[in-house]
Ligand binder design. Structure first.
Ligand code: BGP
Length: 474
């Protein structure tokens, strides 16, 4: 009973939030490099405020990240010490193709990830690779407009071919696009899109989403051709919506909000646009350029497993005035009176994870993989310099417990669990260092000061024990 014997315990990071070294090894400039911290960050990541290169007076945290580009060996050693079976990381596209549209890849970038994967295998850690995690070469944005342009499929396909061939035998688990549904909420971050004055933003976003969906199917096809052992997953920013009340209008709103997210996975996993999505697009006057070849590709090359992130549950209401009270979150939600929230207003809900897992498993009947979960919190070292992060342990224990219930009591097939930001890194939402998720503390502050020294938090040994007991001892 409990988790499968080969359950993949581990942690997750993304290149732009930890690597740094943004000008090293021939790497080109990417969207993430030019997104600063501060009050304009939200407008920039949502594509409302154009930022295509550095402007004075801003701090750009992704440039240095936590310097993992140089420190990956010792960081992976720490993951090995915790007993990780897997490590989820992402490829910085502009390390492999600095501009994005070259014909030949950059060897130094390829070598960097080869070294990193080999380092993982030294500790018996299976890499789980996100091909793009909020990452797009800046040149592709300036010249082509990012994913709004169909040409992107060609460049992404080239990237995938290079990766699958080069890392054959070293990597078997792949995710095509991180949180693909985030393209609707953070289009510059997710897909390198900013908007021109007066254009139909919904039209642009859904067409770009279509390009990503086709690219994802193509990647799945190529991955299987290059190596039949490859396992390809989609990746959803998940969390089922609760209706604010039993008013049918709230229930209906919740259902439609869920569909707004599921639609991506319906395409990636079931192989076709669902009727409700096509009708909705038609109703909203959104016309998708979609060929018959696209549809055939989507149909034939569905994903092998469903991966997702889960941090907090969401509440839907038909009463928009309640939504106005939303706390810091890209997904508009209502305060749930039954739940506590993190300092960033993310509503903590372990049972919500079990509910979400059941919803996804009922819907797709494919293995699930939880590739992000965790508590973003401020960690303050005590007088001895230690971080006693019981709040993080409580959060993770409750969520892993709920996940175990979904497996043991509900029969959900779960491949693994990688907690988010296993080592402290730059926050995607805020660009800050102070929103920390790690088992490993990194000495760095919001302005980029600090020694970058790593130290173990209390949760480090706790997670080690969780892995050693295959999730029995929480
Ligand atoms: C997800 C992203 C991650 C990560 C996480 C936590 O949306 O895939 O990149 O950062 O959320 O969010 P934040 O960093 O804003 O706390």
């Amino acid at each position: 009973m409990g988790f499968r014997k080969d359950f993949l315990w581990g942690g997750a990071t993304a290149a732009n939030q930890c690597e740094g070294g943004y000008q090293e090894g021939g790497r080109g400039l990417a969207n993430v490099d030019v997104i600063p911290t501060g009050s304009e960050r939200r407008a920039i990541i949502t594509g409302k405020r154009k930022m295509t290169s550095f402007e004075e007076g801003y701090y750009y945290p992704a440039q240095e990240g936590i310097d993992m580009y140089h420190q990956f060996k010792s960081d992976i050693a720490l993951f090995g010490e915790m007993g990780f079976k897997t490590y989820r990381l992402s490829i910085a596209w502009s390390r492999i193709f600095p501009q994005g549209d070259e014909l030949e890849p950059n060897e130094a970038g390829l070598q960097f990830y080869e070294d990193l994967f080999k380092e993982c295998h030294k500790y018996g850690i299976e890499p789980l690779v996100t091909i793009t995690h909020f990452d797009c070469p800046m040149h592709l944005i300036i010249k082509y407009g990012g994913w709004r342009n169909r040409e992107m499929i060609v460049f992404y396909e080239r990237l995938c071919r290079v990766l699958f061939n080069r890392y054959k035998g070293l990597v078997k688990y792949w995710l095509t696009f991180n949180e693909i549904n985030m393209i609707l909420h953070a289009p510059f971050l997710g897909a390198g899109i900013y908007f021109e004055e007066g254009e139909n933003e919904e039209q642009v976003k859904y067409q770009a989403a279509h390009h990503e969906l086709v690219a994802s199917a193509l990647a799945t096809k190529i991955a299987h051709e290059v190596d039949p052992n490859n396992q390809v997953g989609c990746m959803l920013a998940a969390a089922s919506y609760y209706p604010y009340s039993c008013n049918p209008a709230d229930v209906w709103e919740g259902k439609n909000k869920d569909r707004g997210n599921y639609f991506f996975i319906d395409v990636q996993s079931r192989g076709a646009y669902p009727a409700y999505a096509l009708k909705r697009l038609e109703r909203e006057g959104i016309h998708l350029e979609m060929s018959e070849e696209d549809q055939a590709l989507l149909k034939q090359h569905t994903v092998d497993f469903i991966s997702f992130s889960y941090y907090a549950s969401r509440v839907a209401t038909a009463d928009e005035s309640l939504l106005a009270k939303t706390a810091g979150n890209l997904f508009p939600t209502v305060k749930n009176p039954y739940l506590e929230a993190s300092e960033w207003g993310w509503q903590i809900d372990p049972l919500g994870l079990r509910i979400t897992m059941n919803d996804l498993y009922d819907r797709y009947q494919k293995p699930l993989f939880i590739v992000e979960n965790g508590l973003g919190a401020v960690d303050t070292p005590n007088e001895q310099g230690e971080i006693i992060d019981d709040y993080r342990i409580d959060y993770l224990a409750a969520h892993i417990g709920a996940m175990r219930d979904a497996v043991e009591l509900d029969g959900v097939d779960l491949l693994g669990y990688t907690s988010w930001g296993c080592i402290d890194l730059v926050s995607a939402g805020t660009g800050e260092m102070k929103k920390r998720y790690g088992f490993i503390y990194v000495d760095r502050d919001n302005q980029g000061n600090g020694t970058l020294k790593r130290s173990k938090k209390k949760s480090f040994d706790w997670y080690k024990k969780v892995i050693a007991t295959n999730g029995e001892d929480l």
